[in-house]
Design a protein around this ligand. Structure first.
Ligand code: HEC
Length: 438
């Protein structure tokens, strides 16, 4: 025990997370050298929506996917071939990204004790630096404008904006209650009409939809599960009452994301779920917008007394000595519009706070990623037996279907690399069997 604490403390000093340590007792990590490694091949899926998978363009799949046949029954060890073809463009990728890799190898380890599940993930990044930058608000001499975006955005493709977006690791989890997730994984949530997908819904059509627009106040379509619709189309939405029944019966997926810019700086991951939309769990997220909707100015700036600067400049991106993240409790202070702003000053568009994260949305309170020698290592501690109605609680004896995804090199939406579904068992037979530790 004493040994574990010393190790944890040393790593907290190295990553500047001492404040985090004080805020919560950290769980003791298992000895990872004793936990088997499962290599999961992630591949670039392009626009392979559930509609495409059912279309005649998907030969053989068009009949077998609707019948519930597993992807891997036809595609065993196919990940490299599929990823390398799709990433180059063609029928499933209208905007190929030059030089993008077709696959990513994700090394996965799992362990558990009486309190927590411990998951460890490692993968190589395309860039020789951690992808921990995210869009900024940048002063142009007159006003604050968004600066940077993900590579699939038109402005970035046309070089009007630089590519800036955080690296992420996402887990989608089913406990057997979501139809076809065990066989089709993440693809059950992916449809035409979603942002960056074929036939992406128009904001005015989303706003007019009774569920997405009028009830949820959304302006785009994100992941959803088919039982929340009466038909194939994103807009055939069921009523809030019907959706509440699906949720109460466990017909939703957990979706949690470790984020290099918006959660890692405070040692957390977010916690959400997929049902009629991709939603956050109840409570408050670890990150929030730093843009004041009325003034279009930042809400917070860097505290120069603590980090030496009140803003950074483009040449400071990825520079270790300069603050890359705005953390409310350690380097943030209320924005001062009269602070003598110069053309090119930049402040993160999002503010991160462990202190403000709350409720079920803050369950992933011990998730830490370290980037070293071209590789992220993320250790994820997830409490067992969570009792929130928006979580898929890990339990001893349980088997879960998991879809894994990595967003690498300044990308969002479909620009990720994904896995076919894999099973994860805690004291039960599965593709990945968590090792019991004391
Ligand atoms: C009955 C067998 C079968 C099943 C089940 C199946 N596929 Fe396919 N899939 C194929 C075949 C065959 C091709 C190649 C078709 C072609 O080249 O025209 C293909 C092609 C693809 C491609 C395009 C690759 C390329 O070269 O353009 C993707 C992506 C894909 N499948 C994903 C999936 C996913 C995801 C699932 C599960 C939801 C799935 N498939 C289930 C048989 C299947």
């Amino acid at each position: 025990m004493a040994h574990f604490l010393t190790k944890a403390l040393a790593s907290a000093v190295a990553t500047g997370m001492i404040g985090v340590m004080a805020a919560s007792a950290q769980a003791a990590e298992p000895d990872w050298s004793k936990v088997p490694v499962k290599s999961v091949k992630l591949f670039y899926p392009g626009q392979s929506s559930s509609q495409w998978l059912r279309s005649t363009e998907h030969k053989q799949g068009n009949k077998q996917v609707p019948a519930g046949r597993a992807c891997v029954s036809c595609h065993e060890n196919d990940e490299t071939d599929i990823g390398n073809v799709v990433v180059k463009g063609g029928r499933l990728e209208p905007n190929p990204i030059p030089g993008k890799q077709g696959t990513i190898d994700l090394a996965v380890q799992a362990a558990y004790d009486s309190k927590n599940a411990y998951l460890r993930f490692q993968w190589k990044t395309r860039n020789p630096h951690p992808g921990d930058a995210h869009p900024y608000l940048r002063f142009n001499g007159k006003e604050w404008k968004s600066y940077g975006g993900p590579r699939l955005d038109g402005d970035v493709r046309e070089a009007k904006q630089p590519a800036l977006y955080e690296d992420r690791l996402a887990l989608m989890i089913d406990d057997g209650k979501v139809e076809n997730f065990a066989v089709h994984g993440c693809w059950v949530t992916c449809h035409d009409g979603l942002r960056d997908m074929p036939k992406a819904a128009k904001p005015e059509d989303v706003a007019a939809n009774p569920l997405l627009g009028q009830t949820l106040k959304k302006s785009e379509v994100r992941k959803f599960l088919p039982p929340t619709r009466t038909g194939e189309s994103w807009d055939s939405t069921r009523s809030p009452d019907e959706i509440a029944k699906l949720k109460a019966a466990g017909g939703f997926l957990d979706l949690m994301q470790w984020r290099a810019h918006r959660s890692n700086p405070v040692g957390m991951a977010d916690d959400g779920y997929v049902l009629e939309y991709r939603l956050s769990d109840d409570g408050k997220d670890v990150f929030a917008s730093n843009k004041d909707k009325k003034t279009h100015q930042p809400k917070y700036m860097y505290d120069a007394k603590k980090v030496g600067v009140k803003a950074i400049r483009t040449e400071d991106l990825h520079q270790p000595g300069k603050p890359q993240h705005l953390i409310l409790e350690t380097n943030g202070v209320a924005f001062d519009p009269m602070a003598g702003w110069k053309d090119g000053d930049m402040i993160p568009e999002y503010v991160v706070s462990r202190a403000q994260a709350a409720g079920s949305a803050a369950d992933n309170a011990d998730v830490k990623g370290v980037w070293k020698d071209g590789m992220w290592t993320v250790v994820w501690v997830r409490p067992l037996n969570l009792a929130n109605p928006d979580d898929k609680a890990f339990r001893e004896g349980g088997v879960y279907n998991v879809g894994m995804a990595v967003h690498d090199d300044n990308i969002t939406t479909r620009g990720h690399h994904v896995s076919f579904p894999v099973s994860l068992g805690f004291g039960a037979k599965a593709d990945i069997q968590a090792v019991k530790v004391e």
